[in-house]
Write a protein that binds this ligand. Structure first.
Ligand code: FAD
Length: 285
């Protein structure tokens, strides 16, 4: 199934992101997680590609298990920075073989452990190549607070337009902690004539180690109430878990009430967190 069609059929699309196990770890390590998530009515599951230089070649292996063993629609990430035409051709052939119909075309983060291929410069170049050479549904990334390399939000949204023109049919956003940032972004997209679905990325911050890593990596702004949560509960693992889940729940409830197209939940492979969130909002989705 092409994920774009889901947005025509449902008022609210709800999905989860997973990352593949390290190269020396069995895929089966994730079976329990997948089994748990299957019960949480995912519309689809996205699978990262070498995010943070963590080993990317297992994206399609995991996507195939999700599709063919668990019967859930996968969205396989792929990065331009690490791709050549030959490697994308091989990726597309593998998708066809495993009946994978959705790809998230990304530029990819620059990382000292990743040698850039310098073939596709932007995500839009990769999207255009995939569109010309396959029947895959193509998804793109969006940044409610602007991408860090962009001089301003307006310019970033103009560049987003190029991704849509290249064949991207819906946008998954970077995580954010202030819903106002997302709603402003959605409105700016609409004002620029970008009318594809924009799905909001939400990450529950439930561990101390996540706080700095996530904020540094994404540059997401931390609103005062969340900063206070980190200050007060940062050293109390159980309290931080409860508070992080409650904060993300509040964000999702408010976004659902605003009538947004959907939420993509970054769960860092933690099905316990996914279940707790689902218990809070199941009837809303
Ligand atoms: P692009 O759309 O190419 O944009 C990159 C920058 O270039 C932006 O500043 C944009 O404004 C600018 N730009 C774009 N097109 C043009 C143009 N034609 N002319 C001039 N400027 C232009 N990284 C991974 O390595 N693996 C993953 O699995 C992964 N998953 C992600 C999932 C989501 C939902 C998101 C939001 C990000 C993910 N990332 C992942 C991180 C992503 O690779 C980085 O944020 C990267 O820096 C930008 O990727 P992009 O696809 O948005 O790039």
């Amino acid at each position: 199934m092409k994920i774009r069609d889901l947005f025509d059929r449902k008022p609210f699309v709800f999905s989860y992101e997973l990352f593949p196990p390290k190269p020396d770890s069995p895929i089966g390590k994730l079976y329990a997680t997948l089994e748990a998530i299957r019960g949480l009515k995912p519309d689809y599951i996205s699978i990262t590609y070498n995010a943070g230089g963590a080993g990317g070649n297992r994206t399609l292996e995991l996507a195939s298990v999700i599709k063919n063993t668990y019967g859930i629609e996968p969205l396989a990430h792929l990065t331009a920075i690490q791709s050549t035409e030959a490697s994308v051709d091989a990726f597309l052939a593998e998708c066809k073989k495993s009946n994978i119909q959705n790809v998230l075309a990304l530029r990819g983060d620059r990382n000292p452990s990743i040698v850039p291929q310098n073939v596709f410069r932007y995500a839009s170049d990769l999207a255009a190549y995939i569109k010309a050479n396959s029947d895959l549904n193509i998804v793109g990334a969006g940044y409610p607070e602007g991408h860090f390399e962009s001089p301003d939000l307006q310019t970033d949204i103009e560049n987003l337009r190029k991704k849509i023109d290249a064949g991207v049919t819906h946008i998954n956003t970077q995580l954010f902690f202030d819903n106002e940032d997302f709603l402003r972004y959605r409105d700016l997209c609409r004002a620029k004539g970008i009318d594809v679905p924009v799905q909001a990325g939400i990450m529950p911050i439930v561990k101390k180690a996540q706080i700095e890593r996530t904020v540094v990596l994404t540059g997401a702004k931390v609103p005062a109430p969340l900063a206070k949560i980190f200050q007060r509960f940062g050293d109390d693992p159980m309290a931080l878990m409860d508070a992080g889940i409650a904060y993300a729940t509040q964000q999702i409830v408010a976004l659902r009430a605003e009538g947004v197209d959907g939420v993509h939940l970054y769960i860092m492979n933690n099905d316990f967190v996914a279940r707790r969130i689902y218990e809070n909002i199941g009837s809303l989705i």
